[in-house]
Design a binder for this molecule. Structure first.
Ligand code: NAP
Length: 329
């Protein structure tokens, strides 16, 4: 059996695959081109793709032997799971193992935007720090402020845990009610989005990207926020209307933003990079050595289970089993 790993992953995690299968690993520096991907999928039985690969119905049509797509990441908006299911192909993801790393990064963005860390760093590097001044670099205190968490799942809850240590008041939105014991543990209140936007000093996004969450935060939502509000996005870029964000920052509708993800990665909306009160990171939410290794081990374990004809532990579409023959007919 042949396995494709579209980008280089921590090598130590790949040993169990190397022992049993012929594996091809993509480059460390850039994703595989669409042409190369189309060429490879014709011959493979399993694959580990990343967010940089678009796995759509036309790609899956060419993947006649493919049994499992073991995604390297928890978000899977780049994979057409329904098309995979129809073709009898299992899809898995890597939840939990990246929760702390991503929440740490979201909190780092919150602190960096509140206390103007990047602007201060620039002042030092450019040799412009001459003397201490009482009115220079005034930021926003984090302790005691209100944090609104949009999407109170694994990462949203890990964010709440960190915010609690800063004595923050916590609000959240989710479609389903939150477990009362978790609500008590974090001292968090579930409210409607409109109310969260109006009350929060910081708003941190943790929803998956779905048709329902595209542009969840746009000009109408910015208008509801406080002029002092700071938006943090480590979820997916299209959850925010990025052009409306640039407009809101320029006009002072909101104060600042900390972003790890972008609407059209790796591009940014015009004007975003010219603004001082934004902190911009290149989609590195899960980028710690520990987490990226755990993600690779989990993706490999999922792949091995799927290739062995079993339902992997992090399977998103167990009902795909047995559909392959049906699809061929
Ligand atoms: P999760 O545990 O599934 O949490 C998602 C939460 O969003 C759930 O509480 C869900 O609850 C809520 N939700 C879904 N649709 C919603 C909607 N329309 N309105 C309000 N709430 C909604 O996922 P997770 O592990 O925390 O990961 C969240 C996302 O973070 C991933 O999907 C991924 O895109 C992103 N992520 C980014 C990075 C990075 O590198 N920056 C790293 C890891 C993950 P209900 O279904 O009850 O509403």
């Amino acid at each position: 059996m042949k396995i494709l790993i579209t980008q280089a992953l921590p090598d130590s995690a790949l040993a169990p695959l190397r022992e049993r299968y012929s594996i091809e690993v993509g480059s460390q520096s850039q994703p595989m081109s669409r042409e190369a991907l189309l060429e490879h999928v014709r011959e493979i039985d399993g694959m580990i793709p990343t967010i940089a690969d678009r796995i759509d119905a036309s790609l899956l049509d060419a993947a006649i032997r493919l049994k499992i797509i073991a995604n390297y990441g928890v978000g899977y908006n780049h994979i057409d799971v329904d098309a995979a299911t129809e073709r009898g192909i299992l899809v898995t993801n890597t939840p939990d193992v990246l929760t702390d790393a991503t929440a740490e990064l979201a909190f780092a963005l919150l602190l960096a935007t509140a206390r103007r860390i990047v602007e201060g760093d620039h002042r030092m590097r450019s040799g412009q720090f001459r003397y201490w001044a009482p009115l220079d670099f005034l930021g926003t205190e984090v302790s005691g402020k209100t944090l609104g968490i949009v999407g109170f799942g694994r990462i949203g809850q890990a964010m709440a845990k960190r915010a609690k240590a800063f004595d923050m008041r916590l609000l959240c939105t989710t479609r389903s009610p939150i477990d009362p014991s978790i609500g008590r543990e974090y001292g968090i209140t579930r409210v409607e989005l409109e109310s969260l936007l109006a009350q929060s000093d910081f708003i941190s996004l943790h929803v998956p990207l779905t048709p329902e969450t595209v542009h969840r935060i746009g000009s109408a939502e910015f208008a509801r926020m406080k002029p002092s509000a700071i938006l943090i996005n480590t979820s997916r870029g299209p959850v925010v209307d990025e052009t409306a964000l640039v407009e809101a920052l320029k006009k002072g509708t909101i104060a600042a933003a900390g972003l790890d993800v972008y609407e059209n990665e790796p591009m940014m909306a015009p004007g975003l990079a010219d603004l001082d009160r934004v902190v911009l990171l290149p989609h590195i939410g899960s980028a710690t050595t520990e987490t990226r290794t755990r993600m690779a081990k989990m993706a490999v374990a999922n792949l091995l289970e799927g290739l062995g004809g079993r339902i992997p532990p992090n399977c998103l579409n167990p009902h795909a089993i047995g559909r392959k023959e049906q699809h061929r007919r």
